[in-house]
Design a protein around this ligand. Sequence first.
Ligand SMILES: NC(=O)C1=CN([C@@H]2O[C@H](COP(=O)(O)OP(=O)(O)OC[C@H]3O[C@@H](n4cnc5c(N)ncnc54)[C@H](O)[C@@H]3O)[C@@H](O)[C@H]2O)[C@@H](O)CC1
Ligand SMILES: Nc1ncnc2c1ncn2[C@@H]1O[C@H](COP(=O)(O)OP(=O)(O)OP(=O)(O)O)[C@@H](O)[C@H]1O
Ligand SMILES: [Mg+2]
Length: 376
Amino acid sequence: MCIKLVIFILSDSSEFRDNLKLAYSAAVSRRQQFLIRCLGGSTEKKNFNFQSIRMQSVMSSGPSLEAESVSILTSIIPGLESTKHKGQAGKIAVVGGCREYTGAPYFSAISALKIGADLSHVFCTKDAAPVIKSYSPELIVHPILEESYSIRDDEKSSISAKVIAEVEKWMERFDCLVVGPGLGRDPFLLDCVSHIMKHARERNVPMVIDGDGLYLVTNCLDLVSGYPLAVLTPNVNEYKRLVQKVLSSEVNDENGTDQLLSLAKGIGGVTILRKGKSDFVSDGKTACAVSIYGSPRRCGGQGDILSGSVAVFLSWARQCAAKGEVSMNPTILGCVAGSALLRYAASMAFDKKKRSTLTGDIIECLGRSLQEICPV
Ligand SMILES: NC(=O)C1=CN([C@@H]2O[C@H](COP(=O)(O)OP(=O)(O)OC[C@H]3O[C@@H](n4cnc5c(N)ncnc54)[C@H](O)[C@@H]3O)[C@@H](O)[C@H]2O)[C@@H](O)CC1
Ligand SMILES: Nc1ncnc2c1ncn2[C@@H]1O[C@H](COP(=O)(O)OP(=O)(O)OP(=O)(O)O)[C@@H](O)[C@H]1O
Ligand SMILES: [Mg+2]
């Protein structure tokens, strides 16, 4: 991998790039451009982010992730070996999907499968389940959650116990939960989900918290506080709410790295992936950035792809850590790999679809992106 990276540093000259265009196929060329971007070099496509340099310079022990996101991806992706059985490449569960939102849990769960997980479950409301099932027969959909409107007050405690028992049955089988995509904000439903999170935590199941899961967690920080296997993936609004709640201040981009470090530390060492023009990742001890150029389209659902991706990569990184193959915090590795892959796939989809690029188009590019980054 080191040799390849050196080659691509050299390739950051226009003369060399011209030669590359002649010499390589479109797929190989795309991969090189990706690597150049990862190394902080410029390509005709744009877009070097200076903030990421600043961030790297203030990191004490963190790696230069702009240069290493590709090697992180390739080092944690497991081989496809004939000796393996179903499940070993990962079993992911998404807790989300309600009357309003059926796309978000689907995007998250299907992305996990397309990246290479073996099984992907969705725990959603009864209304959402047939819709999500109809998007894909690949997903295992559990129609178990309930919203207040569909139940009577006197049923609440028995239904709550049933929901928790049902999820608990499956819990040990999961390598990671994604909590929140399209979950909605119904108080009864969120209360059930907070119990599910407590059970996951007791069993040391990692959790990626996104969307309405972040709304829940921001209002009840104890759910994740001090849990090192929790990853929060806030967008701009979700981040603002977290900063206000935890640090009692406003978002300060002048000092963004320090604030992110303080936030992660303030929640007891959870890992935070702050999404935006660059994705910034911190576990309270170290901080890093992924600034690979993605796509200028901001269609809804890209964060959902990211949550499913981080869940898979985090599971794989934990497997590598258990074998002593990596030394960095697996939650950080999972975030960096998920962010890098999403951005690469978004860029590929945008090349093809331009203004009409939608989340489904990006999902369709996940497989080819992986193939170009880490061929099988
Ligand atoms: N197809 C679907 O089912 C989708 C459902 N989603 C779900 O929708 C629920 C709410 O998520 P939201 O992301 O809307 O919640 P937010 O609290 O982030 O957004 C609320 C409002 O802020 C605006 N906003 C979002 N990003 C912004 C930005 N970068 N700058 C300025 N304003 C911004 C949005 O347009 C929205 O009006 C979640 O459960 C989420 O998972 C989203 O994931 C998108 C796709
Ligand atoms: N301004 C930007 N420039 C480049 N990439 C961006 C920008 N904003 C977001 N992204 C990318 O899009 C991904 C999703 O971030 P976004 O802020 O859209 O999440 P979200 O609002 O939670 O999405 P969703 O609609 O799925 O809920 C991030 O990982 C990031 O890589
Ligand atoms: Mg979101």
